[in-house]
Design a protein around this ligand. Sequence first.
Ligand code: VTB
Length: 334
Amino acid sequence: MQQQTITKEPLLSSPIKRLGLELAAVSEAAAIASAEWIGAGKKIEADAAATNAMRERLNHMPMEGIVVIGEGELDEAPMLYIGERLGAGDGPQVDIAVDPLEGTSLVADGLDNSLSVIALAPRGCLLHAPDTYMEKLAVGPEAAGKIDITAPISYNLKQVAKALGKDVRELTVMIQNRPRHSMAIEEIRAAGAKVALFQEGDVSCSIATAMRASSVDMFYGIGGAPEGVVSAVALHCLGGELQGRLLPENKEQADRCLLMGVKPGISLYMNDFIRSDDCLFAATGITDSMLLSGVRRTNTGFSVHTMLCTGLDKQVYFLRNHSAGSRTHLTVIS
Ligand code: VTB
């Protein structure tokens, strides 16, 4: 793999893009903090560590930020709640979507696939979604524009196969291992495609559809709406596509969807999730995943891997940060 030392030049073209490296440092700090809790069986402590670290770093960033996707809804959580204002001011006005610990049970149980995730966009440009379930369908760049969440899965499989120049039997679809997906799993298998089940963490699985090195062709399933919004920002930068539909489980949740301006059940497309190219996405591995290696303790500190995606020029930077005492060495891996 080609390695180079990072310079800030490629990231300097817009006030938001200029925040890229700092955003990577935010997800790194959260990942390192929660990594202390890997395998300790303590979801709440792991999440609080990630959230505290993320909040602390965000408040040093030169921006005026508002959390639109957060750890709690409308002031209900102690920190990083929807509506919380963050940043040191003196910079662009932005919407912030955070998932400081994507996969709390994974970290508690010492399992793969946990990430720390954050996304930024100009103020007013990110979908405001409550913490309800969302049906999601995601694909990489070749099949972007060819899918339809309102159509049967078999139709979407045919569309993806055609776009990728494959047979449906050669496709792999990632789907969370939950009873609510049993019919979808049957439908995928009946169409002849392969099902790859995962336990938790649909952000990495949906983004994997857009990574050439992965064998994931399509992502489908019902998971968290907040995870859908952050995944859509990453896929926007990577040229992929995510479509979704909010699926509130009761009237109270349905009312919250309406309060945030989204009608339950209507199809949400990329320009509903993210209404600007000038966006950023950063994810740091906590435990290992298809996208990123997890946090490693070294003799002198930590080694962490981060993926930074920029929407304006559709770039993805893989960064390795190796801290040794008070010095850190940041390397762009590819
Ligand atoms: C979903 C998924 C997340 O948790 O929210 C899931 O989007 C919860 O699913 O990525 P259940 O309610 O079935 O447990 C994650 O997998 C991890 O936060």
